[in-house]
Design a binder for this molecule. Sequence first.
Ligand code: ADP
Ligand code: MG
Length: 887
Amino acid sequence: MTPIAAASGPPVTPMMAQFLAIKADHPDALLFYRMGDFYELFFNDARQAAAALDITLTKRGKHNGEDIPMCGVPVHSHDQYLSRLIRKGFRVAVCEQTENPAEAKKRGAKSVVRRAVVRVVTPGTITEDALLDARANNYLAAIAEAQGALGLAWVDVSTGAFFAQASAPAHLAAQLARLKPGEILCPDILADRDDLADVWNDWRDVLTPQPAARFDSTNGARRLETLFGVKTMDAFGGFGRAEMAAAGGLLDYVELTQKGKLPRLSPLTRIAPGGVMDIDAATRRNLELSETLSGTRKGSLLATIDHTVTGTGARLLASRLAAPLTEVAEIEARFCDVQFCVDESHLRDDVRALLKRCPELERALSRITLGRGGPRDVAAVEAGLALSAVARALFDGKTASQGLQASLNGLGNHGELVAELAAALDDDLPLLARDGGFVRRGYRADLDELRMMRDESRRLIAALQTDYQADTRIGALKIRHNNVLGYFIEVPARHGDTLMGADGPYIHRQTLANAVRFATVELSELEGKIARAADAAVALEVEVFDALVSQVLAAADAVANTARALAELDVAFALADLAVVRRLTRATVDNSRDFVIEQGRHLVVEAALERGDGEKFIANDCLQDDDQGRLWLLTGPNMAGKSTFLRQNALIAVMAQMGSFVPCARARIGVVDRLFSRVGAADDLARGRSTFMVEMVETAAILNQAGDRALVILDEIGRGTSTFDGLSIAWAVTEHLHGVNRCRALFATHYHELNALQAKLSGLSCHAMKVKEWQGDVVFLHEVGPGAADRSYGIHVGQLAGLPAAVVTRAEQILQTLETGQQSSALTKLADDLPLFSHAPATVKAAFGPRPPSEAERAIKAVLPDEMSPREALDFLYALKAMECSD
Ligand code: ADP
Ligand code: MG
């Protein structure tokens, strides 16, 4: 570490003293210290930034006798450096000059220009388009605890979206996986809590612990009440104290990093418990909902179904996919919107073509409310609002669905504001207001006059050049301009003496190798005029800009509603477009426990096949109801399509409940409240757990948590261990799912022995991937049919892969013996007979004996009488009786 405090030793320069004082207030951020056209970094900041950005580390002056390391980034292109630093996990405090050097000089020749940190840039608080993904929200989340309960709140500073939800240690991981925050705040005491250690493990890089005092629930409630101008937060819904503490902590942090400024925030919206489908992190990963297992968006379900044409729409679609609904009425309402857009094909084309031209309204508004907006942001607001009126007009004479009607109302009426902004803003706009040149001619007479003066003087200067040329008879005489001298007359060196000697108006300023420069009183006077007019013009433009900004701010909430409404239109029409292009159908969603999908397809696999060799995707049924059973066992060889079938059904449930049409011929879905998907022996080396351990931890979570409204996808669970272990586990898991969880489940397994359970478990039904053997080849039909696979074809695949013939023959021999052995249930004898197991009979015995508790005994052990309804108790009794008979 570089010693930063200047305790003793040689005196520091006034500038370095200023730097050290500011840096002391921001120890955990890199300090971008503004010096002219650069942001400079010093000491350790410089070392870290130079390494992270791969830029040169230099030095400047000395501190305590040692060189001060320094590096810098140009102000005009600092965005890209900033974004790289933020992505690498740094926080950056941006320190600006708050007065100009001339003002500083007035206080004395040696005075340092005043500087102050105007903003701390952190991953969760960025607002620049260059630093943000246009199609994803960037949430800042906070977790707090009050009265023994956890609360979660999240805000997108770049859009103003603001939410809260109750939480609990068991739910937090799934909630965070849903939001994927760019930064997470929590009181330091929570960061150290053992029961949350696993949660933090996944988010270590973005976790910013804060002093616990910032999360006081009473303070939080008061801050929210002040912010929204209400007497009590009850008006917004029954927030728990922990939720308000979290929301308060968020506000505090945003103000802290924005140096007292808050962006416009939408009213805090509460996500009610159970209002959205619960999908934990592992399930999201396995199903590749918004990104693939390798972390890319491409190839995910989101990328495949996202037909939106605006960033705001894309973000809304992504958040709907992340949080499918559970209320039938709400889901149906979304279906009606999509249906309307499907039916209105011309309107759909028109609206989508229009929305394509819609600028990023939400984020422009947010920058404006933070005082960080420029003329282009105001123009984006104007264009977006103007477009919203056109969009509404497209619906004239049509009766839209209820949801869309609400969106149309949300578009609002901004005619006056649009007219004002359009009149004020020119077509070509600078990034910053202080650059001037953005106010349209004719908007302000006084501004036009100043500009005329400025331009007229420029014209006069050009005329002067001709005069001076005639006067001196030097054709090569030019009037030029640079930042040091301002305007000057320049003649080639050989003419220098002509002007120097004469007693004309020419005052010598500078002699260069091949040119001599002069000034005249006339020229300086004209220059002064130009400068004054230009300064005055820019000052007027800034004034105009501030006035426009105030008008936008006055309408900020309405503008935000418009942006939201445009996003809703975009999503509804995008889902309709998807439905038409990919041949989707409207599902029926109800409160039954059925899951009936006819001719279902996996959109992502289907699209991949189309892009590849054009192979056709084979559609398959998944018919889970009273008749066909709700626990489906699926067997079949590798590569037959088991995983695809499992996932496509989970994805159909997600798509339906987010309000989208679904890829199948017909669907009837009893609302799924919780979705689980597990893949056996998935690699999770990053977390440092054995794959089998992970598999078991995840399976345990399902068996402990899945209720009768859950949908469970198990893909080859029990594979990560020895065959007998694995088979036993798979067997027991199947029984538990059937008897205790009683959820809808699809279980793909290569243990075809499990099919024996069908005789015993009434709700279990067996299915297999159809395979055709043809001329010694195995052909996968990708078709799910009733029944069970009788063999795995593993040896066959091995043969195709080039295993030596002797090994294949021997393997077939062993397999045959094993299979005969199992049929006669002579497992122990089998093990003794076989060379393969001759050294390990004990293991085999350990796996299957001594006498395991009977199924009935296990069921009795597992049952919780306190939690049973009389009906369930009766059912249980019948089930016990059935087990007794079969045991
Ligand atoms: P399994 O889990 O049985 O090993 P997968 O589900 O991984 O098999 O499928 C293997 C490959 O088979 C997929 O990558 C896909 O190319 C193809 N496939 C799977 N299901 C289908 C289907 N229904 N129609 C056409 N091709 C399919
Ligand atoms: Mg598979």
